[in-house]
Design a binder for this molecule. Sequence first.
Ligand code: GLN
Length: 538
Amino acid sequence: MANTKYIFVVGGVASSLGKGIISASLGKLLQARGFSVAIQKLDPYINVDPGTLNPYEHGECYVTQDGAETDLDLGHYERFSNVPTSQANNITTGRIYQNVIEKERRGDYLGQTVQVIPHITDEIKYRIQLLGQTGKYDFVITEIGGTVGDIESLPYIETVRQMRWEMGQDCAVIHLTLVPYLSAAGELKTKPTQHSVKTLLESGVQPDIIVCRTEKPLNDSLRNKIALFCNVKPSSVIESIDARTIYEVPLLMKKEGLDVEILRKTRMPIENEPDLKKWEEFLYRLMHPVSDVTIGLIGKYVELKDAYKSITESFVHAGAANECRVNLRLIHSGEIREDNMEARLEGLDGILVAPGFGSRGIEGKILAIRHAREKKVPFFGICLGMQCAVVEFARNVLNMKSAHSTEMNPNTKFPVIDLMEEQKKIKGMGGTMRLGSYPCRLRKGSRVYQIYQTITIHERHRHRYEFNNDYLEEYQAAGMIPSGINPKENLVEIIELADHPWFIGVQFHPEYRSTVAAPHPLFVDFIKAAILYRNGNK
Ligand code: GLN
């Protein structure tokens, strides 16, 4: 295989332009041409990983198979490419410094003064090349978080400069900028892009390709203008117009020739067209639903679009698989009370209670679950959502009125959800949960067995608390079935109700595994059940 090519994606003008989607789309196009691609994200903040971050900061924390708590963009990479990511795909400034400082303490630098250049930049370079050195990838796409000009991005941009210099045509830089439309002037404006490229040039980096986020199409004179001012060919000015769905972006990028430009810059063969047949079929199903359902997503971050990113995307995949439009109604659990619960939950064809931490809004979640259980509305509980279903069942079916998770009430008389033994010893918060992929054995004849069609599954976890097996017999006797068990530790990973059309709680996070190519079976079946429920209620 020829040398691995390194593609950098750096953003300018504003944040939230969609570097992650552009990176994932480019990855998809190269993959569809038969190349092997890895995508990684470098985050310039000082947290060692995003695991300790509040979702208000950067949205959902995405968990990889190997148990890394990472940026949500890794979720996009997996959903687009269907290739699992790992710890190596997300590095923060905190981790870079932690490694450099550990080396310094060990004496690895032999008395040198340890500095940003070369020590920090060398560490960044090493991290970028780790994936390439596996020999598995034709392309490593590295997305750099933040915006050009940020103080904290400087060491990363400097690393890009060095790698360009050292690797020449094995490296290419994509700069994603905003071309705003001024309605008063009736014009698209290129000046912010020009300034952003100048800022990049000040750090010694000339972009090869400029991707322009825009609300209106770029005409030729505008492309020529950007090309002239920013030292790139007009064909390297790529329009990224607002799309109906993120899943359309690979096709838009193909039309604009982003992949061809990259292949040209890196001297790679441009032989055939990308094979996007399956992708286009998915998009067609997504855009042409034949039915629709409304799902209530009950959580405590409902004002925040990105907090449940993988769940909302899993619904997109599952909707397309069922040719069904999934209308998500985000409902704040803190606003659900006994006296308004019927009204709040009216019209829902399915209820999903989201993962989460802490007691804010917990009683609303439990009420929503009671409603779903009693009214036989399809119910899907994920992680904390499953734990709430266990608490609800204890309180309202098993007559343990004060039952709770010890996370919410450490002194509860009925600790039906409790800390795992090994968690009790842990003091620190970072990276100490039960994280990553674990096997789970399904009970033959259960609903989940029907759904997965296999005995052993592997799903990703991120939690500290567990179903308390002391109560298992009582639950089983009353009809809550432990249909998925961790074979080694005997932990209950899935519960379901025997006398309910679709009531499933999972201790793991199926949403991290749903991709365009392989929608998650639990989400697909949940939507199927919601369609049935809706049809039954018409
Ligand atoms: N707070 C719960 C626990 O730690 C659930 C976590 C989650 O929903 N991800 O066990």
